[in-house]
Write a protein that binds this ligand. Structure first.
Ligand SMILES: Cc1ncc(COP(=O)(O)O)c(C=O)c1O
Length: 384
């Protein structure tokens, strides 16, 4: 019996990982696995990244945790780096510990500013594991974007009645640009812009949930880049820490000033910890120095092309992707589980979600490594 309580709903598939390097983890039996899930979509720069590890050790020797009234310049430096990649140069950043916390913080901040209590999101948005977003029975308005996905090119949006369902008194629109509860689906650009315009016109805030889609995952720094919108708040998690639990809520200047003018208080012990900030700064610098967004976008495009050939297999229903996030829909959940297990036996870790295989490789994954994965999956599907 394990002393560790597992509340994830997932079985522990590899209980004895003993080491890791780059795209790979190794078990006690000497087996090597290519981690194409990046853990839980977190290790954007791969495991055991020397530069990130060095940044952690260096910062630990200076200051790990300080408290609300003391700090270290690394926090300011990391905030400046985050604002730069967000294109919000004069904004402000708070560093927290997880994506769920970031979403909850952004929502609290927005509500404090607007004085409203109604949040808008898309029907399939995953917003984390806090009870504030899991129970949407009150305080939430949910918009089903898939109806609009069936309207070709969004051409009928101008006269779309469904947009009138959006209430006027919305505090914020929490927009997850391209994951849809892990299914790698993308709401139409024109629809999103219309929703954003409508919420803004009524005095609401726009919060981009970039926990999964941010930090290069979609072939750009952020998923909202594909929508031509500028959010008021941006929540970043997962890849910004490369596996270290740090997240960030970014606010444009107006939002930061508005929040500063309220009595908003948030006293979580580890906000703006220097150690997390050191990780963030090192992750951003590494991505920039190694041109990882450009490289992973090019490798991802080649991988998507290879995966798209898989629709010729009977067991494959659809393939989707953008940048370095891919989904392969299989005939049913049982097939998905079987294919997942066979991939594991062949040394590849992916993420099964219902009948969908989700693939989110670290940005450092080479074209050759992605090709070997696509070929292995092809072979398995040929027998499925
Ligand atoms: C889109 C999205 N938002 C929020 C979260 C919550 O992040 P965390 O698990 O770091 O709390 C996740 C986690 O999977 C996510 O995929």
């Amino acid at each position: 019996m394990s002393a560790v309580f597992n509340s994830t709903g997932h079985h522990l598939e590899l209980p004895e990982i003993v080491s890791s390097e780059g795209v790979y983890v190794f078990d006690g039996g000497g087996n090597r696995y290519m981690d194409l899930g990046s853990g839980v979509w977190c290790t954007s720069l791969g495991h055991h990244n020397r530069r990130i590890n060095d940044a952690i050790v260096t910062q630990m020797d200076v200051l790990t945790h300080a408290g609300f009234c003391y700090s270290n310049p690394i926090v300011e430096e990391a905030a400046t780096a985050v604002l730069s990649i967000c294109g919000l140069g004069d904004g402000a950043v708070v560093f927290l510990c997880s994506g769920s916390e970031g979403i909850d913080y952004a929502r609290q901040a927005s509500r404090k500013i607007t004085g409203r209590t109604l949040s808008l999101t898309f029907h399939d948005a995953y917003l984390g594991s806090f009870s504030s977003v899991i129970d949407r029975s009150s305080g939430w308005s949910s918009f089903d974007w898939e109806r609009c996905g069936r309207c070709p090119g969004g051409t009928r949006l101008a006269e779309c009645d469904h947009l009138d369902e959006i209430p006027d008194g919305v505090s914020e629109f929490l927009f997850e640009p391209g994951s849809s509860a892990g299914q790698v689906r993308f709401a139409p650009v024109q629809l999103v812009r219309r929703v954003v315009d409508r919420v803004r016109a009524n005095g609401g805030k726009i919060i981009a949930n970039e926990v999964t889609t941010g930090i290069g995952r979609t072939g750009s720094w952020f998923g909202f880049d594909h929508y031509g919108i500028t959010p008021d708040l941006i929540v970043i998690g997962k890849g910004i820490g490369n596996g270290y639990p740090v997240s960030a809520v970014v606010m444009n200047r107006q939002t930061a000033d508005e929040l500063a003018g309220t009595d908003f208080k948030y006293m979580q012990s580890h906000q703006n910890d220097p150690l997390g900030a050191a990780v963030v700064k090192a992750v951003i610098a590494t991505i920039e120095d190694e041109s990882l967004i450009e490289r992973s976008a090019a490798n991802g495009a080649a991988c998507l092309e290879a995966l798209e050939h898989l629709v010729s297999h009977r067991a494959v229903v659809a393939v989707r992707g953008r940048g370095s996030m891919f989904a392969v829909d299989l005939a049913d959940e049982a097939t998905c589980k079987r294919v997942f297990r066979e991939l594991l036996d062949h040394g590849f870790i992916v993420c099964p979600r219902g009948a969908t295989l989700r693939i989110d490789p670290p940005l450092i994954t080479s074209r050759e490594e992605l090709r070997s994965f696509a070929e292995t999956l092809d072979g398995i599907l040929a027998m499925a």
